[in-house]
Design a protein around this ligand. Structure first.
Ligand code: NAD
Ligand code: DAU
Length: 379
């Protein structure tokens, strides 16, 4: 394996921390630079186990700061960028769309421009370089719930669950599906995707985009459905279900997403788009019942004990009804599939949050924001 300097943005967040860990462990010949602003969503405790590795460096910076991006990319001779830094929570985007435009659109543009300027100065120019942008299935808009009870999914994967392998509609997002974002979050991600593709089409810069479905697993910030509900069940707090709980999401274990990113970074075709999904649709209320059942079992509560916490609340504005990804292109062309059955993934996830209560408590108390000062200010 040749030496490469890889910049991973947003590496202190949920998915980014799994990608950083995978690359640091798997590629000792690469140097991994984790660039993160450490917003409320960034938590360096997510990377405690690898922070002292010789092939890892943390850089605190804001992707929207063009001069900083120029300096960091040039000084560290960056060969490849895996761009995950973003504002990622739909509910926050509804309250504060400007922050989403600034980071997701202007930040992505600054990173693209800084990479272009540096790579343009090299004799080999774009040879061996890649700007890999991590996007979301939400850019495609929403699908209809034409089968509210679910029918057998048309997809097969080795990890498909035997108990639950349903599709709640006849349509799926393909790489060719027209963009139709609804929330300020998805509009900002769609815009950033367009800029990434524009840098390829206009300047010939080697870029690539992947659009992934909902991730779950360890280290997810507890404002998102699964960690929020696990934590609320643990504390006997209400579980706020938006609307009727009928919305459908396609769930993928985060380490499977990180594996896909690794594969696509090394084997994906420049200028292509790959959809990444779990082949795993769940109606929110059914998923919530699985979480309740699993948490109650692991806490030693009687079955059904925490169902009383379910509280139907006002729906999210513009709440997209159904996301369902067709990721057969990635399966066909690069041989990727989810490795975990959902039952296994959810069990692992619930156990992780229950076994790592200190991690969760540091977030809820705000202590996690001190981690950078404690660990890095004197280095
Ligand atoms: P996250 O919110 O957990 O982490 C985002 C990280 O980006 C944080 O560490 C934060 O500090 C950092 N960040 C935010 N603004 C920044 C800025 N201006 N400069 C530098 N760093 C900044 O997000 P996540 O769920 O891990 O998502 C990561 C990426 O994957 C995002 O681009 C998101 O759109 C995409 N994605 C997420 C999912 C999902 O289910 N979570 C699914 C598909 C795609
Ligand atoms: O599809 C990929 C996207 O998945 C990513 O691009 C986003 O970054 C990520 O946040 C996620 O978006 P969602 O809006 O689907 O995730 P969230 O966990 O916020 O919500 C999942 C579903 O649960 C959604 O239908 C809204 C509902 N929900 C959520 C919360 C937080 C509730 O019913 N109650 C809640 O309290």
């Amino acid at each position: 394996m040749n030496h490469k300097n890889i910049l991973i943005t947003g590496g202190a967040g949920f998915i980014g921390s799994h990608v950083v860990r995978l690359f640091v462990n798997k590629y000792p010949d690469y140097h991994i630079f984790n660039l993160d602003k450490l917003t409320y969503a960034g938590n360096l405790a997510n990377l405690k186990d690898i922070e002292d590795r010789p092939n890892y460096t943390f850089v605190k910076a804001d992707i929207a700061d063009l001069d900083e991006m120029r300096r960091i990319i040039k000084d560290n001779k960056i060969d490849g960028i895996i761009h995950l830094a973003a504002e990622s929570h739909v509910d926050r985007s509804i309250k504060d769309p400007f922050t989403f435009a600034r980071t997701n659109v202007m930040g992505t543009l600054a990173l693209l421009q800084a990479a272009k300027e540096y790579w343009d100065t090299l004799p080999e120019k774009y040879e061996g370089k890649l700007f890999y942008h991590i996007s979301t299935d939400e850019v495609y808009g929403a699908l209809e719930l034409t089968n509210p009870e679910g029918v057998e999914s048309p997809f097969t994967t080795t990890a498909s669950s035997s108990q639950h392998h349903l599709a709640f509609g006849t349509e799926f997002f393909l790489e060719t599906t027209k963009y139709n974002p609804h929330s300020p979050y998805s509009a900002s991600k769609a815009s950033s995707d367009h800029f990434v593709r524009a840098y390829h089409d206009t300047y010939g810069m080697p870029t690539l985009v992947t659009n992934c479905s909902n991730n779950y697993g360890p280290y997810q910030f507890p404002e998102k459905l699964i960690p929020l509900f696990i934590n609320n069940i643990r504390h006997g707090k209400p579980l706020p279900v938006y609307g009727k709980g009928e919305n459908v999401r396609d769930w993928l274990f985060v380490e499977d997403h990180a594996r896909a990113i690794d594969l696509i970074f090394h084997k994906g075709k420049v200028a292509e788009t790959y959809n990444i999904g779990g082949f795993n649709e769940w109606k929110n209320i059914d998923l919530i019942k699985v979480i309740i059942k699993t948490v109650d079992r692991l806490l030693g509560n009687p079955e059904g004990h925490s169902e009383k916490l379910i509280t139907y609340v006002t729906d999210r504005l513009g709440h997209d009804m159904r996301y369902a990804i067709d990721s057969r292109k990635l399966q066909r062309e690069l041989g990727w599939e989810p490795s975990l059955q959902f039952e296994e993934g959810i069990e692992k996830t619930v156990r992780w949050y229950l076994d790592n209560q200190e991690w969760m408590d540091h977030i809820t108390s705000g202590a996690y924001q001190q981690y950078y000062d404690d660990m890095y200010s004197n280095r």
